[in-house]
Ligand binder design. Structure first.
Ligand code: NAD
Length: 498
């Protein structure tokens, strides 16, 4: 079993709290890592390293900062396969999916190379007699990010890339389930020339998270994970005066209009519903066919496709999806399937008895498909985060739209139709942050921003894109009057633009 470390001040540091989390290989169920769980004192050590390093980095011009990120991208490309294999081993997704996890993070770092442009302020000459106004963006100082297990490369990069490009020092608390990729990134950043202390990785659980949330020297918290924890992190971080953006869970609907191309719709539902074992915040977990005829055809076509899903270990590049992350996750998702049956939904494909030959202790679940799911059922209301798709039949387009709008989550949604008017109306009226038209996983590219609505998010501004540069900087505005513009005498009333 590999004993892992923290990464603080540019070095691997052994944990000293005496507390550890065991990490299991989802493919086999074997314990493979021991992850140290940081104490408050260890978190404080990381903050002190970051505090000492940040002023120098913040004063480094943005172009030089971008060059370090450019070098980092070269190093990630060099070590890409090694990182992908590590992700596959610890997370359970297969190598092609792990490569995608890295790539979607890399794209955000590429966007961050534009830091010199993105950090620019504004200037107004002659705003008054002899008066010029200009604004500047400055880094916040030391900031922290807390990330989930499901994208161990992409989401840490979404957090530390923009934060570091803006001149902050960053403390990452990755999911304790798969910490190796973040540790590798921290090492590569040092090789790329990042000063020690600017990117630190502190491993841990609630104790480490609470220490970050309470630390008076941390200016901002970026969180991604489940909704109850996002809400908790937001409340605690903002109570201590921090800027916070906390992204939570999802229940993404795909509305199927009667005129949709059924081949494309079924492909989309199979890929987005079951890819990565449904462990994506943008996975589609609810299909909403409009009209009984559409529903009957959709279900008839989905059944054989779900039955034919190829499940495999993370070493099998041809598998459609692999194991779930932990034994507890398998147990939780399976118990939702049991619950759906009890609630009266029709389980058309039951993956509960699936066993992966040769990997009997891995955390595998066959694809499950429910029909006849209704809005009062818990399997509809709650996030399952597994390979389970629920069909909720809608009578009309308005009913389908209302379902999407009434759900407490609002991360992603999709509509499949050939009718431009319907698609346009849907995009305008749906209360969800990211919308796909004939596209099932509408994760915006790096130069747009990523974020949901309703209880899928707590706080302001989205992740990546221009919003990330707003989140990780503070604006200062200078109004300067030159002596040539000064009139004699004191002014007692508020200056206005007459
Ligand atoms: P999680 O909420 O269990 O954990 C996320 C992070 O919070 C981890 O670093 C974990 O160590 C920490 N944490 C867990 N319990 C805590 C507690 N009681 N107090 C303080 N910190 C705690 O989430 P997960 O299971 O790792 O990830 C899956 C969830 O993340 C799903 O709900 C998924 O929808 C969501 N997610 C959301 C987005 C998004 O952008 N909206 C993206 C990816 C994943």
């Amino acid at each position: 079993m590999r004993e892992l470390t923290h990464f603080i001040g540019g070095k691997h540091i052994q944990g000293t709290s005496g507390r550890f989390a065991e990490g299991f290989q989802p493919m086999t169920g074997e314990a493979i890592t021991r992850v140290p769980l940081a104490s408050r004192a260890e978190v404080r050590g990381a903050v002190e390293n970051a505090l000492a390093a940040q002023p120098g980095w913040g004063a480094t011009n943005p172009q030089r900062r971008a060059r370090v990120l450019m070098k980092f991208l070269d190093l990630v490309a060099r070590d890409n396969e090694k990182i992908a294999e590590t992700i596959a081993r610890e997370h359970g997704k297969n190598i092609p999916d792990a490569r995608g996890d890295i790539q979607r993070g890399v794209e955000v770092i590429e966007f961050c190379l534009g830091a010199p442009q993105l950090m620019k302020g504004e200037y107004t000459e002659g705003a008054g007699p002899g008066i010029d106004i200009y604004s500047m963006r400055q880094p916040l100082g030391v900031v922290a990010g807390i990330t989930p297990f499901n994208f161990p490369a992409m989401i840490p990069m979404w957090k530390f890339g923009p934060a570091i490009a803006c001149g902050n020092a960053f403390i990452l608390k990755p999911s304790e389930r798969d910490v190796s990729a973040p540790l590798m990134f921290a090492e590569l950043m040092i090789e790329a020339g990042l000063p020690p202390g600017i990117l630190n990785v502190v491993n841990g659980d609630k104790e480490a998270v609470d220490a970050l949330l309470d630390d008076p020297d941390i200016q901002a918290i970026g969180f991604v994970g489940s909704t109850p924890i996002a809400e908790y992190v937001y409340a605690r971080a903002t109570a201590s005066g921090k800027r916070a953006q906390c992204f939570g869970g999802a229940k993404n609907h795909l509305v199927v209009m009667p005129d949709a191309d059924m081949d494309q719709t079924v492909d989309a539902l199979i890929g987005a519903g079951y890819g990565s074992a449904g462990e994506r915040c943008m996975a589609i977990s609810v299909a909403v066919p409009v009209g009984e005829k559409t529903a009957d055809e959709l279900v008839r076509r989905l059944i054989p496709r779900v039955e034919a899903l190829k499940i495999g270990p993370s070493t099998d590049a041809s598998a459609d999806y692999g194991p779930l992350i932990t034994a507890q996750a398998l147990e939780r998702v399976t118990s939702y399937v049991d619950l759906g049956v009890k609630e009266g939904a029709k389980l058309l494909v039951d993956g509960r008895s699936f066993k992966m030959q040769g990997y009997e202790n891995g955390y595998y679940l066959g694809g499950c498909l429910f029909d006849g799911v209704t809005r009062d059922m818990r399997i509809y209301k709650e996030e399952i985060f597994g390979p389970v798709l629920a069909v909720v039949r809608a009578k009309t387009y308005e009913d389908a739209l209302a379902l999407c709008n009434d759900h407490e989550y609002g991360n992603g949604v999709a509509i499949f139709t050939r009718d431009g008017d319907a698609a346009r109306d849907f995009a305008a009226r749906v209360k969800v942050g990211m919308i796909g038209v004939n596209l099932p996983i509408p994760v915006p590219l790096a130069y747009y921003t990523f974020g949901g609505w309703k209880r899928s998010v707590f706080g302001d501004l989205n992740q990546h894109g221009p919003d990330a540069f707003r989140f990780y900087t503070r604006t200062k505005t200078v109004t300067a009057r030159w002596p040539s513009g000064v009139k004699d005498g004191a002014e007692f009333s508020i200056p206005t633009m007459k």
